[in-house]
Structure formats: structure tokens, C-alpha cells
Design a protein around this ligand. Structure first.
Ligand code: ATP
Ligand code: MG
Length: 494
């Protein structure tokens, strides 16, 4: 008589079933994973699978007894099993690299009936994942490389571009500026940089930051003249979440917050509207900001460097700049001399600028022939060092000669400040086209010619910077834009 085939015995209670499933899973993993180990609550290895034994030589062990019974962190370099036991949280998939190679691993905490962690299981799912998981690893490596590049770039951007040594000049006036800059760099006080357009205010602000105790922290600049008045407050103090209805509901940090622990460079401070001046004064006094739409103040630790090409004292006198803010900013003023007052520095400046231009454009370095230097020294430089840079850049781009002569310099335009000893060619104003051809032309036409030529010269002097050009001409930005629209061709002058 044949005995009937008995169906497999399944426990009839859920608990029993779960236990059986757990046991079965353990067996399957122990047999099929490349390696498996069990560690107790004290981090000691209590058991390893047959598969795991094959890793022992690569880990530097000759026998199982050198491994089992020892603390896991002592026998497996870089293992995270202790963290899994101590935190009770699994690490389902991870890459482990040590002297035995790189492995795809999984680590699970083991708990008793009361839920307390009593140890952990470690699984080696795969070795050499760099070949078996090639596509995933390639992606990982690429992302890692991108991350490294982005980090390097960010660090590079945060590093100020200039040091005090980048402020070229050995004239008495330049040396005095550098001496003052070094002195204020050692303090945390507010600095006010005064000087015409293009005299190096921004360069010096960065240099002062780089020479001070905050050098490793951010240097954040705001050009007040370039930000529309209605946006300035948000730009400075930030926006609380939901301050605006509609699309932009997210919080946004203001420049004060971004510069926290570093330096905030307030460029063109003379262009700050009066209502904002009082808010700025409050921030400077209280050292805290209140984001737009928020009712909370946040402390900020910021060193302020302000700059302007305007005559702030005169603006205070006619009520366009708050006296209290002026005194607050004017703690340590530094006046940058115009280039025409330090002509002895033109040669060294031109050399440094030519070097820099060549590096940036990937062209050979040019030098100046004596006649070119003479022409440069005779010019009045209303746009100062920025104008000098533009002139040299044009000469380099237009000509191939390694030695630049006066004839290769672009027309420098007239400038009232040119000294009497200047060669006639450089000091003679270049007449606006057609202006003197017919002395009986109507006066409005002749005035328009003069206006157009003055604007063109200012744009050339400032490299096309309209804010700076308007300032140079002592006209409002709106008026300048109006003339640019009126006189065709001016738009592209730089
Ligand atoms: N002493 C200097 N040595 C070398 N380069 C300088 C020096 N001063 C200014 N420059 C260069 O001249 C240009 C203008 O300088 P910067 O932008 O600092 O002037 P600025 O005073 O801020 O002008 P603006 O008022 O128009 O903003 C930059 O290219 C800068 O590198
Ligand atoms: Mg500037």
C-alpha cells in the first residue's frame, strides 16, 4: 500500500508563519548572497556564511577564528554595521570600499520581540560593482565629477579676485591709498571709498576684504544704481515666504543675509533713494534685518564697504543724502585719486593691463612704444583706469604688432584736463562730423552735434557703461537714454 504524499506542514497561526518565512529568508540569503555575517549588540561578529569565508584572505585573515568573535569595526575597515546597531536604522543599499575591494552591501538591524536592537545582519550582494553595475557606476562617477567641479567653481567665485597688490601704482597718491587700505583691512569698521568712475573702487573693496579677517567668508556686491528702485528693498533685506501673492511665494534671502559673516559692498551708495537710506541706517545700527512681509528680525554680522563717485557731502548739504547715514558710512573714508593726478603710474598700469588683456584674450603680450606712452600720458582720462583698459584692449584687438605705437591707439577724444605740454595731436578736440563745415548752420543743429559727441566720448571713456557715462556728463540716466534713442548710432558706442 502506497503512503499518500503529505502536503507541506504550514503553521496555522500568523506568528508561526512569519517565523518560518524569516528563517527561510535567512537560509536563502545565507546560501545565495556572496557573503553574510551576523553581529551582536556589542558589535562582535558571531557568525559568517560559507560565502563570506572566501573574503577573509583579502581582508588579511588566515583563519575564521581571527575574524569571528572580534569587533566588526576592527576586522572590516570602513564598515557601517556599528552605526546600524546604534541607530537601529537599516542601510538597504550601499557601496563599501576597503582593502578587499568595492562591494554592494546591505545592512539590517536585528530586533527582539520587544523591538530592541540585538545586533545586525550584513550582506555582500555583489563584488566588483564597478564592472557588474557599470552603467550605474558610470553615472555615479560622472555625477561625482560634476559635483567636484561645481564645488571648485563655487570656491573660486567666492575667492576675491583682487589683493591689495593688484592695485597697481607706485606714485605717492597710489601708495597712500594702499597704506590706508591695509590699515582699514585689519578693522571691522565701515569703509567709504570715494573716487571718480573707473578709479578702482570695486577692486579696492575686494582687496580690503581679501586682506581682512573675513577673507574666507563671502564678498557680496550690490550695485545700487543698477537695481530698479522698487526692487531694492527686497534685494537688500530679502523676502519672507508668501510675502507676495502669485508666482513668487518662496522666501528669498537678501544680500545682507548672503553676506553674513563676510563683507557687503554697497556700490554707488549715492544713488540710494532716501526712504531706503533710513532703513539701511537702522540695519547698520541694529545689526539686524527684517525681510519684506515678515514680522521677525534676523541678526546679521556684516562688514560694510560703500563706494560712490558722487560728492556725498554736497548731497547731504542739499538734502539728497541723509546726514546721519553719511556720518555712519564716513568712519574710514579713502579717496581714490583720478588717473590724471597720478600720471607716473600710467606706464606700470598699462603694462599690467596689457598683460591681463593678453591672458584673457589668449593673445601674445604687447608693449608700448615711447610715442604711445607719451600719448597716453597726455590724455586727461575722464574714465580713468577703465578708460585706459578699453583703449589698450581696442589697440590689442585691432593690431597684430607686438610693439604698439601711438598711431595704433584708438582716438582718445578731447579732454580738458590734458596738460599744456601735451602733443598737439592728442590735445586737439576731434570735431564732431560736419560741425564746423558751415558756420551758419542753425544753433540747435550745432548744439545737437556737441551733445552727441559728448555722449559718444563719455561712452567710450566708460566702455559703454551708461550709468557711469551719465554720471560723467552730470545728466540723469533717463536723459541719457532719451538721447541714445534720439541719436542713431550712439547705442553701440563703447
Ligand atoms: N590701481 C589699479 N590697478 C590695476 N587695475 C586697476 C586699478 N584701478 C582700477 N583698475 C581696473 O580698472 C577697471 C575699473 O575699476 P573698478 O571697477 O574697480 O572702478 P570703479 O571705481 O568701481 O568704477 P565705477 O565707479 O565706474 O564703478 C577694472 O578693470 C580694474 O581692474
Ligand atoms: Mg564700481
Amino acid at each position: 500500500m502506497q503512503t499518500p504524499v503529505r502536503p507541506p506542514l504550514l503553521p496555522d497561526d500568523a506568528d508561526g508563519l512569519l517565523k518560518m518565512a524569516a528563517q527561510s529568508m535567512f537560509d536563502v540569503f545565507a546560501r545565495t548572497a556572496m557573503g553574510m555575517l551576523v553581529v551582536d549588540r556589542d558589535h562582535r561578529v558571531v557568525w559568517i556564511s560559507d560565502g563570506y569565508k572566501s573574503f577573509l584572505p583579502a581582508l588579511g585573515f588566515e583563519s575564521e577564528t581571527q575574524f569571528v568573535g572580534h569587533r566588526v569595526e576592527e576586522v572590516i575597515p570602513n564598515t557601517l554595521i556599528p552605526q546600524v546597531i546604534d541607530s537601529g536604522r537599516p542601510i538597504l543599499v550601499d557601496l563599501l570600499t576597503n582593502k578587499a575591494g568595492t562591494f554592494l552591501v546591505s545592512r539590517l538591524p536585528l530586533r527582539d520581540d520587544a523591538g530592541c536592537v540585538i545586533g545586525a545582519i550584513g550582506l555582500v550582494l555583489m563584488d566588483h560593482p564597478e564592472t557588474t553595475m557599470q552603467p550605474l557606476m558610470a553615472k555615479f562617477t560622472r555625477l561625482q565629477a560634476e559635483l567636484d567641479a561645481a564645488r571648485r567653481q563655487l570656491a573660486e567665485q567666492r575667492r576675491p579676485k583682487y589683493t591689495i597688490a593688484s592695485f597697481i601704482g607706485a606714485s605717492a597718491a597710489a601708495l597712500e591709498v594702499k597704506r590706508q587700505a591695509r590699515r582699514v583691512a585689519g578693522t571691522d569698521s565701515t569703509v567709504l571709498l570715494l573716487g571718480e568712475t573707473g578709479t578702482g573702487k570695486e577692486l579696492l573693496a575686494q582687496a580690503i576684504h581679501a586682506a581682512g579677517a573675513r577673507a574666507a567668508q563671502p564678498f557680496v556686491g550690490v550695485n545700487i544704481a543698477a537695481v530698479p528702485e522698487t526692487l531694492l528693498e527686497a534685494e537688500f533685506f530679502g523676502v519672507a515666504p508668501g510675502a507676495y501673492t502669485g508666482a513668487d511665494r518662496k522666501a528669498r534671502d537678501g544680500k545682507f543675509k548672503l553676506a553674513d559673516r563676510g563683507t557687503l559692498f554697497l556700490d554707488e551708495i549715492g544713488d540710494m533713494p532716501l526712504p531706503l537710506q533710513s532703513k539701511l541706517l537702522r540695519v547698520l545700527q541694529e545689526r539686524e534685518v527684517e525681510p519684506l512681509g515678515s514680522n521677525r528680525v534676523e541678526p546679521v554680522d556684516v562688514r560694510v564697504i560703500a563706494a560712490t563717485s558722487r560728492d556725498l557731502a554736497a548731497m547731504v548739504a542739499d538734502g539728497r543724502f541723509r546726514a546721519d547715514l553719511y556720518y555712519r558710512l564716513n568712519v574710514l573714508p579713502i579717496s581714490l585719486p583720478p588717473l590724471r593726478d597720478r600720471r607716473d603710474d600710467i606706464e606700470a598700469l598699462a603694462e599690467a593691463l596689457l598683460d591681463d588683456i593678453a591672458r584673457r584674450c589668449g593673445l601674445p603680450v604687447r608693449s608700448l612704444a615711447p610715442d604711445a606712452l607719451e600719448t597716453l600720458c597726455a590724455h586727461g582720462w575722464p574714465g580713468n583706469i577703465r578708460e585706459l583698459r578699453n583703449v589698450l584692449e581696442q589697440a590689442v584687438l585691432m593690431h597684430d604688432e607686438l610693439l604698439l605705437h601711438a598711431a595704433q591707439l584708438p582716438p582718445l577724444g578731447a579732454s580738458a584736463a590734458a596738460p599744456a605740454s601735451a602733443p598737439a595731436s592728442a590735445a586737439t578736440p576731434q570735431p564732431a562730423a560736419g560741425s564746423d563745415a558751415d558756420p551758419m548752420r542753425p544753433l540747435p543743429d550745432r548744439l545737437a552735434d556737441v551733445e552727441r559727441e559728448a555722449i559718444a566720448q563719455a561712452l567710450r571713456a566708460t566702455g559703454g557703461n551708461r550709468v557711469a557715462a551719465a554720471r560723467l556728463l552730470k545728466m540723469s540716466r533717463a536723459a541719457l537714454y532719451d538721447r541714445l534713442a534720439r541719436y542713431p548710432g550712439l547705442e553701440s558706442v563703447r
